[in-house]
Ligand binder design. Structure first.
Ligand SMILES: *Cc1c(COP(=O)(O)O)cnc(C)c1O
Length: 393
């Protein structure tokens, strides 16, 4: 017999979704009102202002799309590309590969530049590609590659692209609020994110922002945007300024209550405080895991604090360890993707999940299950190592 679904509470320390803060869950349980109700429009306006804050942008076109991060990616490409446009994709993991697939599907002329998985994109690679392809219209890359735990230098990449007269698309799904995202400082044209990573909100929305330059290109393109739902010219009829909001689609009302609360919490904490918190919990996790003898996969200067790739020790069945963590401790961590499958774990410290109690749980639970499977680790030192990071000023 089917009855009410009651999920087992888990601690979510994978690549997303991350733990949703109770304040956000409570916000989402408030009564649904109409998506054109004047009170709802007030909420939409507040969301837009707070989104501009976390993206660090003045872009008027700054809204949440009513679909997950992948829709933000698709909206970026479908609005900017016209058939035959040359697009450089800088790929260093799974999500860059999806960007390339978007270019192919929308008729762009793809130039794909690949970087080894686990390394940041090299700006020199972009510099020479722009020289070899002076007719490039768009440059796109992932700021925080969730498949590899790597942060690339978005500012340098955007500056090079703009000097060559290109527009930029930057995936900030995992970076937003977890580390610095500075849309106007970078001069990025189209930037999208997701709600279920460092915003600690429920999955299903994609914060999205577009520069004046990119928005006017979308308005004056020769061919219509080949997606009706993601055509920004139509979406802005609902989300745009003023009281003439027109029906485009029914906004996910309760999901937007959640995003409003998540943005309010990010605003209350302050962006630099949030970045510092993510960095500190990362340091504590690293100290604990390294004391156990585990190794991080990414070179230190290119690591993300919010997503940690940890090498699986030789002879250890990584899936068995993840199952034990979930079964015994209700703790979820992520598996490796693509060429890294079986070789690494992906440990997320995103948003509300980036807390000392989660770090302690993860380090101690991992030590317990690794010890139980006779993995070659040092025992009894990890907790002290974590504690010494938190004890230092
Ligand atoms: C999670 C993620 C996405 C996709 O977001 P969904 O909400 O799962 O559609 C895109 N890019 C990156 C870098 C991500 O981490």
């Amino acid at each position: 017999m089917i009855t009410t679904f009651l999920p087992i509470p888990r601690t979510l320390m994978g690549p997303g979704p991350s733990d949703v803060h109770p304040r956000i869950l409570t916000a989402m349980a408030k009564p649904t009102i109409g998506h054109l109700d004047p009170e709802f429009i007030r909420l939409m306006d507040e969301i837009k202002v707070m989104l501009q804050g976390v993206f660090q942008t003045q872009n008027a076109l700054t809204i949440p799309l009513s679909a997950p991060g992948s829709a933000g990616m698709e909206a970026s490409f479908v609005n900017l590309i016209e058939p035959g446009d040359k697009v450089i994709i800088l790929q260093n993991g799974v999500f860059g590969g999806r960007m390339a697939e978007n270019v192919r599907r929308f008729g762009g002329d793809l130039v794909l530049l690949e970087t080894a998985w686990g390394r940041a994109i090299d700006p020199e690679q972009l510099r020479s590609a722009l020289q070899a392809h002076p007719d490039t219209k768009i440059v796109a890359f992932v700021h925080a590659e969730t498949s590899t735990g790597v942060r690339s230098d978005a500012k340098s990449l955007c500056e090079l692209a703009h000097a060559a007269g290109c527009l930029t698309i930057v995936d900030c799904v995992t970076s937003l609020v977890g580390c610095e995202v500075d849309v106007d400082g970078w001069g990025a044209d189209v930037v999208y994110s997701g709600t279920q990573k460092c915003l600690s909100c429920a999955p299903g929305l994609s914060p999205f922002t577009m520069s004046e330059r990119a928005a006017s290109l979308t308005q004056t393109r020769k061919t219509p945007v080949p997606s009706w739902f993601l055509d920004m010219n139509l979406v802005m009829g609902y989300w745009g300024a003023g009281s003439t909001r027109a029906y485009h689609h029914t906004a996910p009302v309760n999901a937007l209550y959640g995003l409003h609360e998540a943005l309010l919490m990010a605003t209350e904490e302050g962006l630099s405080a949030a970045w510092a918190r993510h960095a500190r919990n990362h340091e504590a996790l690293k100290a604990g895991l390294e004391a156990m003898g585990l190794r991080f996969f990414v070179p230190e200067s290119e690591r993300l604090a919010q997503l940690n790739l940890v090498e699986v020790p030789a002879g250890v069945d990584e899936a068995l360890i993840r199952r034990a963590l979930l079964g015994s401790y209700n703790l979820e961590i992520g598996a490796g993707l693509g060429p890294l499958a079986g070789k690494v774990w992906r440990i997320g410290l995103m948003g509300y999940a980036s807390r000392p109690e989660n770090v302690l749980l993860c380090v101690s639970a991992l030590e317990a299950v690794l010890a139980q499977s006779n993995a070659p680790i040092h025992r009894g030192q990890a907790i002290d190592a974590v504690q010494s990071v938190y004890a230092s000023a």
